[in-house]
Design a protein around this ligand. Structure first.
Ligand code: UDP
Length: 260
């Protein structure tokens, strides 16, 4: 089989050229980074779980009319998506104070916010993804006013849907990050949801115990990262009981065997 052309390697994913023009393959790695990649590690089986969880959430969002780049999952670690031009803004949606918001404004983690807060960060690793206002976005032309209107609209719809989805399985959706991309059709483009939605980019707390079921387990050295991601997948109904994703996944399995 001809080798696929790699387009880009990010912190948690690799992008390859897709089988048809306008498509891309997203490969989910087990690599984990935090604090602007100052902390690096591997969470065995994470890629498999994120691929499956993201597929599930994007499919449901598509069903309620949120346009997304997702086409279909190809295998344990890969999904076929539409090629888009990524808007260089990370959209953070917050329901409860945590992380950088708590640190910056001195609000205790876990404080319910009086209303949903949307924040924008300029996507630039060298600058540490700084928080920016809509004024900055307009001033530097990172997205048009119309695009920002659509993005904010979709972010609120996605949040409402995901809050309900997670509440139904005993999980509190604290905050999460979204990325959007432009889909071009001739001279016109529209923005659609891109990237992924997984415990890598969400804060998910167990409603009963407050236990963290997301990447904060890695960021804060709490341990049990893969078990937490598995628990999210299990509650979403995506995993039969007792399946070990680190063994099921051939890639990881092969690497493990060659190490032994
Ligand atoms: N987030 C992300 N990628 C980033 C920054 C944040 O996925 O580069 C997610 C993060 O997982 C959390 C939410 O966005 O669910 C808010 O993150 P925060 O601003 O509190 O930053 P952090 O505390 O992670 O530095």
């Amino acid at each position: 089989m001809a080798r696929r052309r790699q387009i880009y390697e990010g912190k948690a994913k690799i992008l390859y050229e897709g089988p048809e023009p306008g498509t891309i393959i997203q490969y989910f790695k087990d690599d984990a980074t935090a604090f602007n990649a100052q902390k690096k590690g591997t969470i065995s089986g994470k890629g498999v779980l994120n691929n499956r969880i993201s597929e599930h959430i994007f499919t449901l969002l598509g069903q309620i009319g949120v346009p997304t780049h997702f086409i279909r999952r190809l295998n344990m670690r890969e999904q076929l998506v539409r090629q888009v031009e990524i808007v260089p803004i990370e959209v953070v949606v917050r329901n409860v104070a945590a992380g950088s918001l708590s640190k910056k404004l001195g609000i205790e983690e876990g404080t319910q916010l009086p209303r949903t807060l949307i924040e924008y960060c300029y996507k630039d690793d060298a600058l540490g993804d700084p928080l920016v206002s809509e004024e900055h976005i307009a001033c530097f032309g990172w997205a048009s006013q119309d695009e920002m209107h659509d993005i904010a609209d979709m972010a609120i719809r996605i949040n409402d849907f995901m809050c309900g989805l997670f509440a139904g399985i005993g999980i509190r959706l604290i905050d999460f990050k979204l990325e959007f991309g432009r889909l071009w059709d001739g001279d016109y483009s529209r923005v659609i949801l891109a990237d992924e939605i997984s415990p890598d980019g969400c804060r998910l707390w167990d409603m009963a115990t407050g236990e963290k079921l997301d990447k904060d387990r890695f960021r804060r050295d709490l341990g049990g990262e893969v078990e937490a991601y598995q628990e999210v997948a299990r509650r979403l109904g995506l995993m039969p009981e007792g399946v070990d994703t680190t063994v099921l996944d051939l890639d990881t399995h092969r690497k493990k065997r060659s190490k032994d």
